[in-house]
Design a protein around this ligand. Structure first.
Ligand code: SIN
Length: 565
């Protein structure tokens, strides 16, 4: 019988949490999937064909970034298109930092995964019986499959959720917060979670799939749901996984300008249908700035918006769809149209104020093309993972595709791994602190979360420099020092995860002394291919408990990455 030592207290530092007198419940599965977006649902539904699967989501299934996704799924489906062309566009958008093999997998397997999703009941938009394919930035041809006009995410998520509800062998645990992974002798063997009644559950599993989404909530203006607090990245790091490219947070150019959290996304497909970007004087500033004008890659559009901000002393520009036919806009973009109406704006007749917002976290737990992280038994897919497909700037609508393709590949690898791996451990030795912890005042937790978001937007947002990043690092350190160890409280645990991920973003951004893709350093304004066709890796040093940051050339996974298990 094996005994597992838990992630929260692997001897590398103070245990993250105290048991605080809570009763422990136990459960076990072959596969534990953490996260209910497209990657997690795909992995859970697929794995359930052969294995007993538990799925834990921190909110309800409709609270994910997938559910909010508007644009669609990019796939080389059109008869004028090819995986080769999709590959070329993805590599170009990724500015020299993509893993070519991973991108090849994405574009070659994508069309079949989209067809399977449709066969499962997803109603993609069709005209005259043919899938409608939309245009988005940096795609050289129309390639984006959509559903419900601009409601792709909710339609896809609902179809996958339906598969979970209708008799798969997936046990769904919604509103349960995974605190940490359990690691035994270097192998991931389960997770510890907290439900909304304050009960702790120890879930033992032969394999764990992290699919917890991104970390947009690290920033003040974001399109990501409130639950996107970097939990997957933070717990992977604490468990000892190698993290990659944590400096790359993609900002979406066209989010509704305002203080709402999250803010309303104005899908890139609007520009794909011909909407313009304008400055205060009415000028189309993208015309002449890039051959594709408003449909330039996302990082390029954001850069030009920032230039307009600096030039005009403003903090927003305008999206203009007034020249498009109103009936078309209403039907094609119901989510945006109604979302704006609820905020007092008319897409048909008014300019819409917009500003970039954090949208997609490119960094994550390093994986190979089978979802394997550097910890045996631990898999990651979707936004939590760094497969290398996005390079330094993600191509629009490649992320839902990523969830489908790599969720599926993770299942295929699980089928292999579970046929040969050891049985699940049957006992755990939990290294939780014993003393009851009061934790932190909820008002202080909320205040620190807001302060962190402002700090990160200011000093580690669209533009960074060494002094600002150093200041951000110091302030994050001070914030951590001012907090008591967390109690058994989700808001507190989220804050600790946000601080961890913010710290990693800053440390990696300091390291990359160049500007590339979504990473803009005002003190190193040029792209430097000679020195920086490299990834920044970050991991917890098991001996010292310190964070290690180092670089490896693009195309290598580093000595830290295991070759298989
Ligand atoms: C959008 O609809 O603009 C978002 C699509 C994406 O982020 O890939």
């Amino acid at each position: 019988m094996n005994a597992a030592q838990t992630g929260p207290g692997t001897g590398r530092g103070a245990p993250l949490i105290s048991r605080s007198g809570a009763d422990l419940r136990y459960s076990s599965y072959d596969v534990l999937v953490i996260g209910g977006g497209i990657a997690g649902l795909t992995a859970a539904v697929g794995a359930a064909h052969r294995w007993h699967v538990g799925l834990i989501t921190k909110g309800d299934l409709d609270e994910t970034a997938t559910f909010l996704a508007q644009g669609g799924i990019a796939a080389a489906i059109g008869d004028y298109d090819s995986p080769e062309l999709h590959l070329k566009d993805t590599l170009e958008a990724g500015v020299g930092l993509c893993d070519d093999d991973a991108v090849r997998v994405l574009v070659e397997e994508g069309p079949a995964r989209v067809q399977e999703l449709e066969a499962m009941g997803t109603k993609f938009d069709r005209r005259d019986g043919k899938l409608i394919l939309a245009s988005e930035g940096a795609h050289s041809v129309p390639r984006v499959v959509r559903a419900g006009g601009d409601a792709t995410g909710s339609v896809v998520a609902s179809a996958l959720a339906q598969a979970i509800y209708s008799g798969t062998r997936v046990e769904l645990h919604e509103n349960e917060f995974v605190i940490d992974l359990l690691v035994d002798a270097g192998r991931c063997v389960g997770a510890l979670s907290l439900d909304r009644d304050g009960e702790l559950t120890v879930t033992l599993a032969r394999a764990v799939v992290l699919a917890c989404g991104g970390a947009g909530q690290v920033f003040a203006h974001t399109t990501n749901p409130l639950v996107a607090t970097g939990d997957g990245q933070a717990m992977a790091y604490r468990a000892g996984a190698v993290m990659r490219d944590m400096e790359f947070m993609q900002f979406h150019p066209t989010a509704f300008y305002g203080t709402e959290n999250p803010t309303l996304l104005l899908t890139e497909a609007l520009r794909g249908e011909g909407a313009y970007l304008r400055d205060d004087a009415g000028g189309r500033f993208m015309v002449g700035s890039h051959p594709r004008a408003e449909l330039a890659p996302r990082d390029v559009v954001v850069r030009h918006i920032k230039r307009v901000f600096d030039r005009d002393g403003t903090d927003h520009v305008w999206l203009d769809a007034r020249h498009l036919e109103c009936g078309f806009l209403r039907e094609r973009f119901p989510t945006v149209f109604n979302g704006l109406k609820a905020r007092g704006y008319d897409l048909c007749t008014q300019l819409i104020p917009i500003a970039p917002a954090s949208h997609y976290f490119i960094g994550g737990a390093l994986t190979d093309t089978w979802g394997r992280t550097t910890i045996p038994g631990l898999y990651a897919c979707g936004e939590t993972a760094s497969t290398g497909i996005h390079g330094a700037n993600r191509l629009a609508s490649n992320s839902l595709l990523e969830g489908l393709v790599f969720g599926d590949r993770t299942v295929r690898e699980l089928n292999r791994y579970l046929s040969v791996s050891d049985p699940a451990v049957r006992k755990v030795k939990l290294d939780l602190a014993d003393e009851p912890r009061k934790g932190n005042d909820p008002a202080v937790v909320a205040e620190k979360r807001a302060a962190l978001a402002l700090l990160m937007s200011d000093l580690c947002g669209i533009v960074r420099d060494r002094d600002g990043l150093q200041k951000a690092a110091d302030e994050i350190e001070a914030m951590k020092a001012s907090l008591a160890a967390p109690g058994l409280d989700v808001a507190e645990l989220e804050l600790f995860n946000l601080l961890t991920v913010a710290e990693h973003m800053v440390a990696s951004a300091v390291m990359r002394e160049e500007s590339r893709g979504v990473h803009l350093r005002s003190d190193f304004p040029e792209r430097d291919d000679e020195d920086w066709r490299r990834h920044v890796l970050l991991e917890l040093d098991a001996d010292t408990g310190e964070q290690k940051v180092y670089t490896i050339p693009v195309g290598q996974r580093g000595s830290a990455a295991r070759e298989g298990s």
